[in-house]
Design a protein around this ligand. Structure first.
Ligand SMILES: *[C@@H]1O[C@H](CO)[C@@H](O)[C@H](O)[C@H]1NC(C)=O
Ligand SMILES: *[C@@H]1O[C@H](CO)[C@@H](O)[C@H](O)[C@H]1NC(C)=O
Ligand SMILES: *[C@@H]1O[C@H](CO)[C@@H](O)[C@H](O)[C@H]1NC(C)=O
Ligand SMILES: *[C@@H]1O[C@H](CO)[C@@H](O)[C@H](O)[C@H]1NC(C)=O
Ligand SMILES: *[C@@H]1O[C@H](CO)[C@@H](O)[C@H](O)[C@H]1NC(C)=O
Ligand SMILES: CC(=O)N[C@H]1CO[C@H](CO)[C@@H](O)[C@@H]1O
Length: 390
């Protein structure tokens, strides 16, 4: 919560030229000075003028660079103005909520000064222009305490060369249960026979047994959920080998409470909420990649009401092992305790039936080697209505 303290002086003379931009009648105007009490800098003061037009307060900063209109008798979700002691003091406070920045990244609404202290970039306004939409981009060595932060390669949007070790630390926010990791861009060197022996991306939480696979290659467009347990620092690291000459990444990090509508159900590494779409394994890379070894993840798919499950149809199904029953290489798609492996999914499609949950889940595991450099999975998912099963 960022309180902005507005001290309202006794009404002075009311120069009628103060608000030349107002269209309707200005009843009164006051000179106000605002100081940010965000715990950072109380000397950040701005003077602005306030007037009332009907039921709306009209503010104009004294130096004329901003103007805003705030409903006087309404408390909007974004900006609340409460009038204390008969209008002599106004406290405008706003929540540090997500905002859309001018740069199209998601930021958090802070005062200018707070944003500077967080090492963020102000990009646009929020909270009825009391706040600035603050986009925090973490670079190597940063500790991230804000929601909606971006971790990107040093030369982004250009590529970076190795060798390089770039890590950031994310401090869990109070009550956060999941870290959403979205690869807006992610391209580092791929595996050799499934093994990420050159470049790697890792996620670890201190004091936690939560595992995120060690991955590499091109995972642009994919998004994952990492369970946060406790308050231990979460580190995200990218290591580039000396042969790496075109690494590019921009990773959005969001911390979710379990009750957030976008949070994944517990145990889901991925959560597809659109009714139809595509599921791909790590480094599928548009059919030019290679399956990565040594992980198990659970992919979950929301099932809308009226539907009885999710139909997976084969785009690509290429796993080490021979179809249909020999999954001894350790690579398989697991659905209802049945393993599918080799190079065909069932007969090209599979119905994943809904049980009690509003979603279905499948597990994908990979073994310790991928000698034939099998590509992995690209499956279309779509809902199937109740009544067609059988
Ligand atoms: C505020 O003003 C608008 C437009 O003049 C009017 O429609 C609305 O009823 C007013 N609301 C209150 C609470 O006075
Ligand atoms: C007050 O704000 C809420 C939420 O922004 C809005 O739905 C409502 O119509 C507003 N009421 C008035 C009187 O303007
Ligand atoms: C990575 O994948 C994205 C999306 O499929 C693609 O646009 C991009 O060109 C790929 N990058 C490289 C280096 O192959
Ligand atoms: C982080 O921001 C997202 C929206 O981008 C929001 O849903 C979530 O609740 C926020 N997390 C916390 C811990 O406030
Ligand atoms: C889902 O149910 C249908 C019809 O009962 C059945 O044919 C199919 O095998 C089931 N799918 C799975 C993955 O068990
Ligand atoms: C592109 C690249 O640098 N690949 C290297 C990855 O690591 C293996 C084993 O160290 C090398 O043989 C590759 O040349």
């Amino acid at each position: 919560m960022t309180p902005v303290h507005a001290r309202v002086s006794r009404p002075r003379a009311l120069p009628s030229v103060i608000l030349p931009f107002t269209l309707s009648i200005v009843i009164s105007s006051l000179l106000i000075s605002v100081s940010s009490l965000g715990g950072f800098d109380q000397s950040e003061k701005h003077e602005f003028r306030v007037g009332f037009e009907g039921n709306t307060s009209v503010y104009r900063w004294a130096n004329g660079y901003r103007e805003l209109m705030v409903p006087t008798f309404n408390s909007s979700r974004e900006a609340r103005r409460s009038v204390v002691s008969g209008g002599l003091f106004s406290i405008v406070s706003f929540d540090n909520v997500p905002c859309n920045s001018d740069s199209k990244d998601v930021g958090t609404c802070y005062s200018n000064r707070e944003c500077t202290n967080l090492g963020g970039t102000s990009s646009g306004i929020c909270a009825g222009s009391f706040g600035t939409c603050c986009v925090v981009t973490a670079t190597s060595g940063s500790t991230v305490t804000t929601n909606n932060t971006y971790f990107q390669n040093p030369d982004y949007p250009s590529t970076t060369s190795g060798p390089l070790s770039s890590s950031i630390t994310v401090t869990p926010m109070t009550g956060a249960t999941q870290l959403y990791i979205e690869f807006i861009a992610f391209s580092i060197l791929g595996p050799s026979s499934g093994s990420c022996m050159n470049d790697t991306f890792t996620v670890r939480q201190s004091g936690s047994t939560s595992v995120f696979p060690i991955i590499c290659g091109n995972n642009t467009g994919q998004a994952f959920y990492f369970p946060i347990s406790g308050t231990g620092a979460i580190s995200l690291s990218i290591i580039l080998s000396s042969g790496s000459d075109q690494a590019l990444w921009k990773i959005r990090l969001v911390q979710f409470h379990s009750t957030d509508s976008c949070a994944a159900p517990t145990g889901c590494t991925q959560y597809y909420q659109d009714s139809t779409g595509m599921f791909e394994t790590f480094n599928y890379n548009g059919g030019m990649g290679e399956l990565i070894n040594n992980y198990c993840i659970t992919a979950c798919f929301a099932v809308g009401s009226g539907n009885c499950g999710v139909l997976l149809t084969e785009g690509t199904f290429m796993l080490p092992g021979t179809a249909p029953n020999d999954c001894s290489m350790g690579d398989y798609l697991l659905v209802d305790s049945q393993k599918y492996c080799g190079d065909t999914l069932n007969n090209g499609m599979l119905m994943v039936n809904k049980t009690m949950s509003p979603y279905v889940s499948v597990t994908i595991c990979t073994g310790t080697s991928n000698p034939d450099m099998d590509l992995g999975l690209s499956l279309n998912y779509s809902p199937f209505p109740c009544g067609i099963a059988g």
